[in-house]
Design a protein around this ligand. Structure first.
Ligand SMILES: Nc1ncnc2c1ncn2[C@@H]1O[C@H](COP(=O)(O)OP(=O)(O)OP(=O)(O)O)[C@@H](O)[C@H]1O
Ligand SMILES: [Mg+2]
Length: 246
């Protein structure tokens, strides 16, 4: 079983929307999926209660110590990916989820505030040696802003390794689908938004299957492609990362 966690401290960046989107894209691709919700806000549970179908099951787990044993049990029960949605901010449950995940997806809107807010999550992924990737979400259809954001997050040579593709464009389908208890690929299966989510799942699956370890990822200093813009947001060592999140 692979475990994917959606995490970043910035609220509203798309953790829950992407968790739901990826879960349904994975089901459509033939997987048995479980969603774990560590966010007491309950976005996933509320979505499930509006949903006309039982699948995927949403399990609320708010205690950090319950995450690892639950993942072990799900692994033995034949679930293929478990996708964990976390709360904004930094919490013990988020830390545990990142620690036990095979891939940490860090959503960010293409804004300086969102990108800066990824630093503590990136620090945790580094501390626990969890492979990570940024997901640019709610992007404009086209424009310089998206390219700039991607460049800040990753240097050009390492772009494919660190920033997931495709970017998730800001589209009303996502909000409309969630309101009805659906994922975008159910609500508007032929839409561009559905294509993007399916594409993102394919990227994630390929990333998981190629088995890149955290140590093979670009070093943190290489990520700060624009040091004038983002001078110290990315920690260089575990100690710096711990300092950022403590
Ligand atoms: N690509 C997108 N296009 C349009 N709307 C989007 C997109 N992604 C997310 N949204 C909307 O943005 C809002 C915030 O998204 P979401 O709840 O997924 O963020 P979050 O990171 O889980 O927030 P929180 O930290 O509060 O849990 C929601 O209304 C959601 O429908
Ligand atoms: Mg959420």
């Amino acid at each position: 079983m692979h475990t994917i966690v959606l995490a970043t401290q910035k609220g509203g960046s798309g953790k829950s929307t992407l968790a739901i989107g990826l879960a349904l894209a994975a089901i459509q691709a033939g997987h048995t999926v479980r969603l774990i919700e560590t966010d007491p806000q309950g976005t996933l549970s509320n979505w499930q209660s509006r949903r006309p179908y039982a699948e995927p099951i949403v399990e609320p787990i708010y205690s950090a110590g319950d995450i690892e044993p639950r993942l072990q049990l799900l692994d033995r029960s034949g679930v293929t990916p478990t996708i964990i949605d976390t709360a904004g901010g930094v919490s013990a449950a988020t830390t545990a989820a990142i620690r036990h995940a095979d891939l940490c997806l860090i959503p960010a809107r293409p804004s300086v505030a969102d990108i800066e807010a990824t630093a503590p999550t990136l620090g945790l992924a580094r501390v626990w040696n969890t492979p990570f990737a940024f997901v640019l979400n709610q992007t404009p259809i086209r424009g310089q802003r998206v390219g700039n954001a991607a460049t800040v997050l990753s240097d050009e040579a390492a772009l494919d390794a660190v920033v997931a593709l495709p970017y998730m464009v800001m589209r009303n389908d996502h909000q409309d689908a969630l309101g009805l208890g659906l994922a975008v690929i159910e609500y508007a299966p032929s839409s561009k938004s559905a294509d993007e989510v399916r594409g993102l799942w394919q990227w994630v699956e390929a990333r998981l299957n190629c088995g890149v370890t955290a140590s093979e990822q670009p070093v943190v200093s290489e990520l700060a492609a624009s040091p004038d813009t983002v001078p110290t947001m990315f920690p260089h060592t575990s100690a710096e990362a711990v300092a950022l999140v403590s």
